[in-house]
Design a binder for this molecule. Structure first.
Ligand SMILES: Cc1cc2nc3c(=O)[nH]c(=O)nc-3n(C[C@H](O)[C@H](O)[C@H](O)COP(=O)(O)OP(=O)(O)OC[C@H]3O[C@@H](n4cnc5c(N)ncnc54)[C@H](O)[C@@H]3O)c2cc1C
Ligand code: FES
Length: 267
């Protein structure tokens, strides 16, 4: 899947709740051939008050190579996403992608566990659908601050995933509860791999669990980026190689990832 620098046209850009928006754009159909976990680098527009300069990375929430539609689910947090939120139907948005290395579904996987928090669910929903296409059973734990900020449940229930919702307000999302829940689920029906995105705390917990259970784990890492194509080294992070010497190495999240073996996750 070659990255294409294209001018997309905004079809819809609507609020999902008080923090998140869902944007649908139309692109060159070749650019809409995207693997789960890959992302686009969006050239957010400039407004009177906000002048984003670099592009902003955004995971593909949905992509259809037949219609050329690509969707993003994003949280409005700063300069770039604020101007993105102002885009209206018919506006032009330059987007570069698909970029990066996505999730890998190995042939022997029969059952996977997906655990996402907040906007991490945007990255994980296409993975659940790709797994279902391959007849892999999906269990999904969706985590959020409160019920109002739980999102994308339909994307998981539509593929008949076993969906469990956990939230901060009743403490069901605490690391202690999540660890117990994950182990209980594993004992009921062992999974071959765990996939996560959206929380460093959850990633650290799952890193230990995949080591203890001796199963695979993959994490989609969020990191500030500029070029998105490996040229500027702005997205370098330390990783610990998953081999005997456990050497620490620097990797560029944009082209070495954003999806990594969870055992390599260091910070
Ligand atoms: C591969 C990848 C996929 C992503 N997918 C999504 C997605 O699907 N939906 C979504 O809402 N967000 C996603 N993000 C995060 C998104 O890129 C940032 O929220 C966005 O760039 C912030 O831009 P801003 O100008 O609005 O905020 P800024 O004004 O630049 O920053 C506001 C706050 O966000 C933090 N921030 C800035 N850039 C990033 C970043 N790249 N990752 C994490 N935190 C950042 C800053 O440290 C600051 O605290 C993704 C990031 C990566 C690397
Ligand atoms: S964002 Fe430029 S090298 Fe990764």
């Amino acid at each position: 899947m070659r990255a294409i620098d294209s001018l997309s046209t905004v079809i819809r850009n609507e609020s999902v709740n008080d923090e998140y928006k869902h944007m649908v754009v139309k692109v060159d159909r070749a650019a809409a051939t995207v693997a789960p976990g890959q992302f686009f680098n969006l050239l957010c527009p400039q407004s009177e008050s906000d002048k984003p300069f670099f592009r902003r990375p955004m995971s593909t929430y949905f992509a259809d190579p037949v219609s050329g539609q690509v969707e993003f689910l994003y949280k409005v947090v700063g300069t770039g996403t604020r101007t993105l939120a102002e885009l209206k139907s018919g506006d032009i948005l330059p987007i570069l992608g698909p970029l990066g290395k996505g999730f890998v579904l190995k042939d022997h996987y029969k059952h996977i566990l997906i655990i996402g928090r907040g906007v991490g669910l945007a990255t994980l929903a296409p993975l659940a659908e790709a797994a279902a296409d391959r007849k892999i059973t999906v269990t999904a734990i969706l985590s959020a601050r409160d019920r109002e900020h739980l999102m994308s449940q339909h994307r998981f229930t539509n593929i008949y995933a076993n969906v469990i919702e956990i939230i901060d307000t009743d403490n069901s999302s605490s690391m202690h509860n999540l660890e117990k829940l994950t182990l209980d689920l594993y004992n009921q029906q062992p999974f071959d791999a765990i996939f996560t995105c959206g929380s460093t705390r959850i990633t650290k917990l799952l890193q230990q669990l995949v080591i203890d259970l001796d199963i695979d784990g993959q994490v989609a890492v969020e990191q500030q980026m500029a070029c998105g194509v490996g040229m500027c080294y702005c997205c370098v992070k330390p990783f610990q190689l998953n081999n005997e010497n456990k050497k620490m190495v620097s990797k560029r999240v944009c082209i070495d990832g954003p999806v990594f073996d969870i055992r390599e996750f260091a910070l």
